[in-house]
Each structure stands twice: as structure tokens, then as C-alpha cells.
Design a protein around this ligand. Structure first.
Ligand SMILES: [Zn+2]
Length: 380
């Protein structure tokens, strides 16, 4: 996933295609950030950036001290205080600071009272070019859940769905040497498919050629395949060319909430025996929580193995609301194989033998994952 498209993973295919149609001249004109507003709302804190035209943004958290960073691509800070300054926070946000970044990007940093997570984010579309983010304080982790029996499908042949990011008209990140993310990740996906098939897994790919696949269709595909595991493969890019290494993402708790909403809006039926709406809610919630746990479990297995064959980004297991991770009953991870903006990583990702080593590492993690006993959570 590259810098500019990362944010769009949250908004889904509709936003992606509308931007794709919006034309080149449109995208080339920088947007002006005219206002930043921090408001305390029910249970969270809303940060709104007012722009004069739509822009793409990426966000991330930093710790010690806790900060939330919003990088807006191709934009200028046209705030009353000038291009560099600060403003008042509210609730969880102590204050915000802003400054231009290299490469024509603008950065807004929110200084936080403590650790937080992204609950929701929105863009206003082409008419109202607003970026809005809801962040909430991270609640301390719950006591360990009591185990239940695993109900079914223990012995079946495992199905792994591999999702090569981007494709077709969506090239993804472009490397310093011209490598396109969509090509590199397809090669990685095909290599991983071979490695998994050799180990006896049933493997299905969301794309096996240079074709465009909507994000929603990728998720739907994983569900119709009754995937036991979903692995989305991407390559990153950063304005900082020094940044290198692989990273692994799973669904965050806030993303899990989104999955609930998405399921409701799309009439997705979970494969569960439901007697009434309440029972259904509880069962969905259990399936959801188990999925999140299982995804994290796979992430913990794949990270050290990847680390043996490739450099890793620090704090590599990250939680995110990436759209493709949102199927409520399929454990899913998104693996960023490296940074195409870094020339060493770009060379590594372009080397078939390096890709094979990564595929073997991932396949080893898949073996370990299915060998790990399943623990079903009974209570939060
Ligand atoms: Zn990508």
C-alpha cells in the first residue's frame, strides 16, 4: 500500500474510483488546508481539516509521547497562523501543531494525553473537501478469556486466499527505480501460492493477472471461498527514502466495529445458527473477536519468520482499519513486503530469489498457524 492510497483503503472502492475519474489536472493542483478543528464528541475526539479541494491523507500514531499524525499529500498549510504553528486541542488532544513536509505534503501533529486509536475517518467528497478523524483513548486490555470448544471444520483442507494489492489501472506505489507495486505484489502472491500449494493447501487468488479488482470484491471473494486465512500483499512507499523493511497489519478494534456496520449494510450472513437478533449479535460479536484474535496470532507467527529473510520496520505488528481486512469471519493480515521508495528494498523486492525466501517464510507461518490450537473467546 503506498502513501497516497493507504487512506483510501478505509473509504473503499467508491472513493478510489471517483478519484481515478477526477482527472490529472485536478490532482496536480495542491490543496490548501484552511482550518483545523479539534472537538470533543461522545466518547472520542474529532479532528476536522478543512481544505479547498480534496486531498489524500495518511495517518499514524507515535508513542512516548503519544501523538497522532496526519500527513496530507500535495497540500499547503494556509491557516490563519501561517504555514507553521499550533492550535488548541480538546479532550484527549492537548494541542495540534502543523508544518510543511518535504515533497509538498503538509503534516498536522496532535499531541495526545495518552495512547489512542483511530475510530473512524471520513472525506467529504469533491464538493466538501473535508478530512475528519475520530480518535479515542485506548482502553486497557481485558482479562484473558475462558476457552470454549472449537465447533467445526477442524479436519477440512485449509483454504488460503492471497490478495495481491492494486492491479490494472491502479499501479499502487511506484519505486524510485520505476518498480510498480502492482507488479511486485503479484509476483509475491504467485510465489506464495506455489509455496502453499506444495504444502497441500487449497489456494485462491483475488487476482492472478494485472487486473483491477474492487476492494469490496476482494473481501467478498475471501468469504465465498470460505477462506481459513486471508493474506493481502502490498509494498509501501514513504516520502522518507531511508525508511525500509516489511511490516504486518491486522484489523484494529475500531476496524472491527466498521466490519459490523459493513456487514449490516451489505446483508452479509454469517455461517451461524441464530435464533433471534440478540443471539445473532452475540454470535457475530464472538466470531468477530475470534477473527481479530486469530489474525493477530498469525501476525505474531509471520513477523519473526519474515524477519529472518528481510528487514523489518520497527514495531512491525500494526493494527489498522484497512478495508480488505474487514471480512468479519475470516482471519486476515496485510503484509507490506517493503518500501519501494527505498532503493535497497526496491532491489530486494525485484529479486525473484528474495521473493521466494519471503514466500517460504510466510508459508512456514501458515503451517505454524494451523498447527496452533484454536481458543474461542467466551467473554470480553
Ligand atoms: Zn498497496
Amino acid at each position: 500500500m503506498d502513501v497516497t492510497r493507504r487512506a483510501f483503503a478505509f473509504f473503499g472502492a467508491t472513493a478510489l474510483s471517483s478519484i481515478a475519474l477526477s482527472g490529472r489536472a485536478y490532482a496536480d493542483v495542491p490543496s490548501n488546508i484552511r482550518g483545523v478543528l479539534v472537538q470533543e464528541t461522545a466518547g472520542c475526539c474529532r479532528v476536522t481539516l478543512a481544505l479547498d479541494r480534496p486531498a489524500q491523507a495518511r495517518t499514524f500514531f507515535l508513542s512516548e509521547p503519544a501523538r497522532f499524525v496526519i500527513d496530507v499529500a500535495n497540500s499547503q498549510l494556509a491557516l490563519p497562523g501561517g504555514a507553521v504553528g499550533q492550535g488548541p486541542g480538546a479532550g484527549l488532544v492537548r494541542r495540534f501543531r502543523y508544518a510543511p513536509q518535504e515533497g509538498g505534503n503538509a503534516r498536522v501533529v496532535l499531541d495526545l494525553e495518552g495512547p489512542a486509536s483511530l475510530v473512524r475517518q471520513e472525506i467529504g467528497g469533491r464538493r466538501s473537501a473535508t478530512l475528519s478523524f475520530d480518535i479515542a483513548a485506548t482502553t486497557p486490555s481485558a482479562p484473558p478469556p475462558a476457552p470454549l470448544e472449537r465447533p467445526a471444520r477442524q479436519q477440512a483442507r485449509r483454504t488460503v486466499v492471497i490478495d495481491a494489492g492494486h492491479g490494472g489501472r491502479d499501479p499502487g506505489a511506484i519505486g524510485a527505480g520505476g518498480t510498480r507495486e502492482k507488479d511486485v505484489v503479484l509476483h509475491c502472491a504467485l510465489t506464495l501460492r506455489d509455496a502453499l500449494q506444495q504444502r497441500g493447501y487449497h489456494v485462491a487468488l483475488t487476482r492472478d493477472a494485472d487486473s483491477f479488482v474492487e476492494l469490496e470484491d476482494r473481501v467478498r471473494f475471501a468469504r465465498t471461498q470460505h477462506a481459513d486465512l486471508f493474506i493481502s500483499i502490498h509494498a509501501d512507499a514513504s516520502p522518507n527514502r531511508e525508511t525500509a523493511g516489511a511490516s504486518v497489519y491486522t484489523l484494529s478494534d475500531s476496524g472491527a466495529d466498521r466490519a459490523q456496520n459493513m456487514m449490516a449494510s451489505q446483508n452479509w450472513d454469517l455461517d451461524l445458527d441464530t435464533r433471534n437478533a440478540l443471539a445473532r449479535d452475540i454470535l457475530v460479536d464472538l466470531a468477530q473477536r475470534d477473527t481479530t484474535n486469530r489474525s493477530a496470532q498469525f501476525a505474531q507467527l509471520v513477523i519473526p519468520r519474515l524477519g529472518q529473510v528481510a528487514p523489518l520496520v520497527r514495531n512491525t505488528h500494526r493494527s489498522a482499519g484497512f478495508f480488505v481486512l474487514l471480512a468479519p469471519d475470516v482471519p486476515a493480515v496485510l503484509i507490506e513486503t517493503g518500501f519501494l521508495s527505498n532503493s535497497t528494498d526496491e532491489r530486494r523486492l525485484g529479486d525473484p530469489r528474495a521473493r521466494e525466501r519471503m514466500a517460504e517464510a510466510m508459508a512456514g507461518a501458515v503451517d505454524a498457524y494451523f498447527a496452533t490450537p484454536v481458543v474461542y473467546a467466551a467473554a470480553r
